[in-house]
Design a protein around this ligand. Structure first.
Ligand code: ADP
Ligand code: MG
Ligand code: ZN
Length: 621
């Protein structure tokens, strides 16, 4: 930890004021009730007894509570109790008879001390908790009141376990671009001498788990410079203005350590477009923090110190455009999900850390895991190792990896869930329905496995389709085939049992989503034409729950969209029904088989599916 600059007395004073205001508010909001309950509650009858015995000195009657104080003994103030009143017209008379002071207005005066205590203690507890938390990550003497101190974690050169580019795989383009940043940090003079402007802000953009945070650390590790890391959400604070002060502080610290890297993870937490918040009247705190960040980015000139600000986000479209202007985060580095060879390299990194069996074929595993991000693959290797260890084997086998893939994809195996015979039968036909339609219309990939072993929270059974290659584009007919396959389960239920169950809910959801995307996003509807009815990501206010994600469309168009989506899904349904009727014997046969074995895969499944008669006239309107 570096030495942190002390804020000026002015800032400290305003901090204290802010802090006290916060205390007051919180104490006021939460503690009266909590402390109210600490007065012992007694039965009404006991209260009456004590009055009759002349032990009570004063009574305070409220609408739903009576508080009373006993007469004081040996200098101690009398104890206070409360009780719940019953409808008792005699009470005033009784109290009067015993000479008890009573009122229906504010509590008796000699109550003031405990009242005061209940006001003083909560803030004290609050301060104690506050101090505890602050001291844990800030050991400067002013820690207790310096709510504005940045909480950046600093990694300095020479730290053990340095991360380098070797630890990151599958994101070669990003690595090449960041290599340049490393050069800037290592030899700033080379660039400055020639008059080049060193970029200040680099934004790492990509889905979660693709290694953005890891890459940022690798840049610091390669360049051998200090690395200040803070998450955007840590700037968002209880008090307006605290986040902004924290940004200021972070940059102050960093400038002292230059050359260095500031890494702001989850930038979208502060950098959200100001326009999108406008409907709610904006978020003052976030806006101030953002403004401060912009000021700081503009403030330090490349000449005096090399501070490079790296930031990461998985939602670049929500960022305020001011952040992306030249001179700020003007470089964007895409960190995408790895392709086949990338996945293989990542698997190699992590497989190196476990003991592999003879039969392990990482290439095959990479082939089976399209769409997995680096974090998923790291997790996959670990799951496989856990499985091997649980079965008390010395090395991880290929089968462990397959099992782990399914775990990651479909959640943990739940053998404990017991289905009735009838349910099991329905699930069997449902899944075989998916498989047969999927085999006849392979737009969603090759059917690799059918299982009626329940997994995860929702699926009672599942049909695993493996893409045969990485796909970046899908054709309209492939999408239609996927929809038909999704409806295969429901269609099989209809044909065999002539009734429908709730089991297809998720399938229907996905089929409808696909159909809607075809119409509104991909322009695949003849009737509605190649228009994007869905707003692009940059205008998507859906997350704030404010605006419709659709463009403004006329009522007729909205109706037409609904009709088209319905038409597409219905068409898929009809195709699925046709295929299954054509292959009814096979459907029965495979279903019988799977009811015995619970799982069919590999060659056996392939022999079955090779017999599937394809749809003669595929109707693709
Ligand atoms: P992000 O910040 O993009 O959400 P992280 O960098 O936090 O993802 O990745 C989480 C973990 O997943 C990393 O610590 C690392 O173990 C693993 N990982 C992710 N991507 C990669 C990659 N490209 N190469 C190697 N490991 C990776
Ligand atoms: Mg991250
Ligand atoms: Zn299904």
């Amino acid at each position: 930890m570096g030495v942190k600059p002390q804020p000026s007395w002015r800032r400290q004073l305003s901090n204290i004021l802010l802090f006290l205001a916060g205390l007051f508010l919180i104490a006021n909001l939460f503690f009266p009730q909590i402390f109210g309950t600490s007065i012992p509650q007694v039965p009404y009858s006991l209260f009456i007894d004590q009055v009759e015995d002349g032990k009570v000195t004063s009574v305070f009657v409220a609408q739903d509570e009576i508080r009373y104080q006993l007469k004081s003994e040996n200098e101690q103030p009398g104890q206070i109790f409360k009780t719940t009143p019953i409808f008792d017209l005699e009470l005033p008379k009784r109290l009067e008879a015993k000479g008890v002071e009573f009122a229906a207005a504010p509590p008796p005066k000699n109550n003031w001390f405990s009242n005061l205590l209940s006001w003083v203690i909560p803030p004290l507890i609050f301060v104690a908790v506050w101090q505890f938390f602050l001291n844990r990550n800030d050991n400067s003497p002013a820690g207790a009141l310096s709510i504005t101190k940045s909480r950046a974690k600093v990694y300095v050169e020479g730290d053990t376990g340095k991360i380098t580019f070797q630890d990151v795989a599958g994101v070669e383009e990003a690595k090449t671009e960041l290599q340049e940043i490393v050069e800037f940090l290592k030899h700033p003079q080379r660039y400055l001498a020639i008059g080049a402007r060193i970029p200040k802000g680099v934004l790492l953009v990509g889905p979660p788990g693709t290694g953005k945070t890891l890459l940022a650390k690798a840049v610091a590790g390669e360049a051998g410079v200090p690395f200040f890391s803070i998450s955007g959400s840590e700037f968002v604070e209880l008090f307006v203005g605290a986040g902004a002060a924290r940004v200021r502080d972070l940059f102050e610290q960093a400038k002292k350590k230059a050359p260095c890297i500031i890494f702001i993870d989850e930038l979208d937490a502060i950098g959200k477009s100001r326009a999108s918040g406008g409907f709610m009247g904006g978020n003052d705190e976030r806006e101030q923090t953002l403004n401060q960040l912009l000021t700081e980015l503009d403030g330090f000139s490349a000449g005096d110190a090399t501070v490079i600000v790296l930031a990461a986000t998985n939602r670049p479209e929500t960022l305020d455009s001011a952040l992306l202007r030249p001179g700020r985060f003007d470089r964007q580095v895409l960190v995408d999900r790895p392709d086949l060879s990338g996945r293989l390299k990542i698997l190699e990194i992590y497989a190196n850390k476990v003991k592999l069996g003879q039969d392990v074929d990482l290439k095959e595993i990479a082939t089976r895991t399209p769409g997995f991000a680096g974090a998923d693959l790291a997790n996959l290797v670990n799951e496989a190792a856990l499985l091997a260890a649980r079965n008390e084997r010395k090395t991880v086998a290929q089968a462990d990896f397959y099992e782990a893939i399914e775990r990651v994809v479909a959640g943990l195996e739940k053998k404990s869930r017991v289905l009735s015979e009838k349910e099991k039968k329905i699930v069997a036909y449902h899944e075989v329905g998916h498989a047969i339609v999927g085999a006849a219309m392979p737009g969603g990939g090759r059917v690799a496995k059918i299982s009626i072993v329940p997994r995860g929270m929702a699926a009672l059974g599942y049909t695993l389709q493996m893409p045969t290659e990485d796909r970046f584009l899908l054709t309209e007919s492939e999408l239609r085939q996927q929809i038909a396959t999704l409806l295969g389960g429901r269609s099989a239920e209809e044909i065999i049992f002539d009734c429908i169950t709730t089991g297809a809910a998720n399938d229907l959801q996905r089929a409808t989503d696909l159909g809607e995307q075809m119409v509104t996003t991909y322009g695949m509807s003849k009737i509605l034409g190649p228009l994007a009815y869905e707003r692009g990501q940059q205008n998507n206010f859906l997350r704030d729950g404010i605006m419709n994600p659709r463009r403004m469309v006329s009522d007729e168009t909205a109706k037409a969209i609904d009709n088209e989506v319905k038409e597409i899904v219905e068409q898929g349904h009809e195709n699925a029904l046709k295929i299954l009727k054509q292959n009814r014997e096979l459907l029965e046969e495979i279903a019988q088989k799977i009811l015995e074995t619970e799982v069919i895969e590999g060659k056996e499944l392939q022999t079955f599916l090779d017999q599937v008669k394809p749809l003669e006239t595929v109707i693709l309107l």
